[in-house]
Ligand binder design. Structure first.
Ligand code: B16
Ligand code: MG
Length: 217
């Protein structure tokens, strides 16, 4: 029986991917190369330091570990400038109605994000109070596709993986949910997220009852 929903942040609750992309691209440009929005898909759900390693690889750029840390924190400063300006109208369509409905019906709600800035973003869009527990990049040691972030969420809620639905927009995130034995709902297109139990294009006009029915839980 489903008792909880675990939400990824970026690409599921808010579209912070565009701010990550802009900030990483600014870094790449300052280092003398560029990358595309299509390349950026590979960064979704991937931790900050894993992301910089991928990006530097695309630009054939080698940096010392100390310089990588310096550029990653510079990128984070640019990213934070954008996050600090976020407002509740940036919550993705249908999310607020679903959170309110889950609350009303007694389902537990958790966040399972790779981001170290997840709490700030939730506070900026004013929905932090809906979450029973928040697991983010400040608490995990292993990046998606490792299931750790979702396992920690389920543990905090004292639930088994098969009692939780994970909502994810990243290929690595869907893989993490499945590896942990969770139900996975991909948010986006079936082209990349086809491995999930169900793929939705958005939360608009969708109920928890219909999700549960469609995943066969
Ligand atoms: P930060 P999610 C992920 O968030 C993003 O998708 C990914 O692009 C980012 O690199 C990662 O968080 C780390 O973010 O630099 O803020 O710690 O999708 O897992 O909510
Ligand atoms: Mg995401």
């Amino acid at each position: 029986m489903i008792k909880a929903c675990i939400f990824d942040l970026d690409g599921v609750i808010v579209d912070t991917a565009k701010y990550h992309f802009k900030s990483w691209r600014r870094m790449a440009n300052e280092l003398g190369f560029d990358f595309t929005e299509k390349d950026n898909e590979q960064l979704k759900g991937v931790s900050r330091m894993d992301s910089i390693n991928l990006i530097l690889g695309w630009g054939n750029k080698q940096l010392s570990e100390a310089d990588k840390v310096k550029w990653a924190s510079q990128k984070n400063e640019w990213y934070l400038e954008a996050v600090n300006k976020m407002t509740p109208d940036e919550i993705l369509p249908g999310v607020l109605v679903l959170l309110q409905d889950l609350r009303k019906k007694g389902y537990k709600i958790a966040l399972g994000s790779s981001s170290k800035n997840a709490e700030l973003a939730l506070r900026k869009v004013r929905i932090i109070s809906y979450f029973n527990t928040i697991i983010d990049g400040t608490k995990t040691t292993r990046s998606k596709p490792d299931p750790q972030v979702f396992q920690m969420g389920a543990q905090r809620l004292r639930l088994a993986p098969e009692e939780c639905i994970v909502f994810e927009d990243a290929v690595s995130g869907v893989a993490a949910a499945l590896a942990g034995g969770f139900y996975a709902v991909g948010m986006g297109s079936p082209e990349n997220l086809g491995a999930a139990h169900l793929v939705l294009s958005s939360f608009e006009n969708i109920t928890i009852e219909s999700i549960i029915k469609q995943i066969g839980a």
